[in-house]
Design a protein around this ligand. Structure first.
Ligand SMILES: *[C@@H]1O[C@H](CO)[C@@H](O)[C@H](O)[C@H]1NC(C)=O
Ligand SMILES: *[C@@H]1O[C@H](CO)[C@@H](O)[C@H](O)[C@H]1NC(C)=O
Ligand SMILES: *[C@@H]1O[C@H](CO)[C@@H](O)[C@H](O)[C@H]1NC(C)=O
Ligand SMILES: *[C@@H]1O[C@H](CO)[C@@H](O)[C@H](O)[C@H]1NC(C)=O
Ligand SMILES: *[C@@H]1O[C@H](CO)[C@@H](O)[C@H](O)[C@H]1NC(C)=O
Length: 299
């Protein structure tokens, strides 16, 4: 039974490399799953060959479409067919579940990283310059609570930026290597248009990463795209890995990879969390809470 076999194999392979197919089950394909489309007026072998496992497809700009009467451009394409109603037999569902849970446990984003112990001097607060800290920040029971209002002043009298109350990780600026931020965050229902975490710096931009929360509880990369939802009123674990040498940033929520992108090149880089108002679609009141803030490095 090929499906069962595939499942077992994917469980065994679960050892923890981050192959994109990890946690997925291969569905065996046969020839009937490959349906070829080609210009309708020429035989298949004039637009397709299959030699040594290689499907070669070609087309000319003045070819006819794949069907008489179609007004689309010419194509020679493989249509993966017959998987519409593919369902996993019920019997196997619990096994797949166990398997993917094992995957989550095996693949913690901090695996292979070394924690760099932080002390109070590594957490520097920025807040509207004209109000005392305790009116925008509290630290109770290990939770850093930060809030800001849309009409607050910036963090510095001459700064043209939007209002913020943020923790800036200080003393651990980096410009090479592989670094990771971890924190448990909480955003109350209603906060919208607030950057809750960022990587500040980059070779040709002020920031490399901006993670904003918008109503109704979505997390977005800058204004777009959306990378998660359902974040209001619950604690979530955020991990951000910045591989400066590889030029890559990866964002995890609750241990699950949600987003990856090419960075802006090296610069004077550091992590921040808190609330920093966007320019549009912001709520009047913005708040986020953070606990267990940690910085890791791959040594
Ligand atoms: C090919 O796979 C499809 C499902 O994807 C299945 O319905 C069909 O029976 C298979 N045909 C052969 C010859 O194995
Ligand atoms: C797939 O399922 C839908 C709804 O259950 C049905 O209408 C459709 O005919 C099925 N398609 C195939 C290829 O079996
Ligand atoms: C806090 O950590 C920094 C390095 O990140 C170190 O330079 C400093 O001495 C530490 N301060 C205390 C009080 O341990
Ligand atoms: C947030 O608050 C709004 C308005 O009070 C409510 O309709 C919505 O269900 C709340 N969302 C969550 C996730 O609790
Ligand atoms: C603000 O929200 C509106 C409505 O959802 C959207 O069309 C617009 O693009 C948003 N503006 C920005 C700058 O995000």
């Amino acid at each position: 039974m090929p499906l069962l076999l595939a499942l077992i194999t994917s469980c065994i392979n679960a050892a923890g490399d981050d192959d994109p197919t990890f946690g997925f089950t291969e569905i065996s394909l046969n020839q009937s799953n490959f349906v070829l489309q080609k210009p309708y007026d020429v035989p298949l072998d004039q637009r397709y060959s299959f030699i040594d496992g290689v499907h070669r497809m070609w087309v000319y700009a003045d070819d006819k479409p794949h069907a008489r009467g179609s007004n689309t451009q010419p194509r020679t394409e493989i249509h993966i067919a017959g998987l519409i109603n593919f369902t996993i037999p019920l019997l196997l569902a619990p096994m797949i579940h166990r398997c993917s849970n094992a995957a989550a446990a095996a693949d913690d984003p901090t695996d292979g990283f070394t924690e760099i112990p932080l002390n109070q001097s590594n957490l520097v607060l920025q807040k509207p310059y004209d109000v005392p800290l305790h009116q925008r920040y509290s630290f109770v029971g290990g939770v850093h609570r930060m809030w800001v209002y849309a009409d607050d002043k910036p963090h510095h009298p001459t700064s043209p930026t939007q209002p913020r109350t943020e923790i800036r990780i200080t003393g651990l600026d980096y410009s090479s290597g592989v670094w990771q931020f971890e924190g448990h965050g909480f955003v109350p229902n209603g906060t919208s248009g607030a950057t809750v975490a960022q990587i500040h710096g980059g070779s040709h931009d002020a920031t490399t990463l901006i993670l904003r929360v918008y109503a109704p509880g979505e997390m977005r990369f800058y204004s777009y795209p959306r990378i998660a939802d359902g974040l209001y009123d619950r604690w979530f674990r955020l991990n951000i890995i910045h591989d400066v040498d590889g030029g890559k940033v990866t964002v995890f929520l609750d241990g699950e990879q949600k987003f990856q992108f090419h960075d802006q090149g090296p610069g004077d880089l550091y992590f921040k969390c808190g609330v920093y108002a966007a320019h549009a679609n912001i709520s009047y009141y913005m708040e986020s809470r953070w606990r267990d803030i940690k910085i890791y490095r791959k040594l």
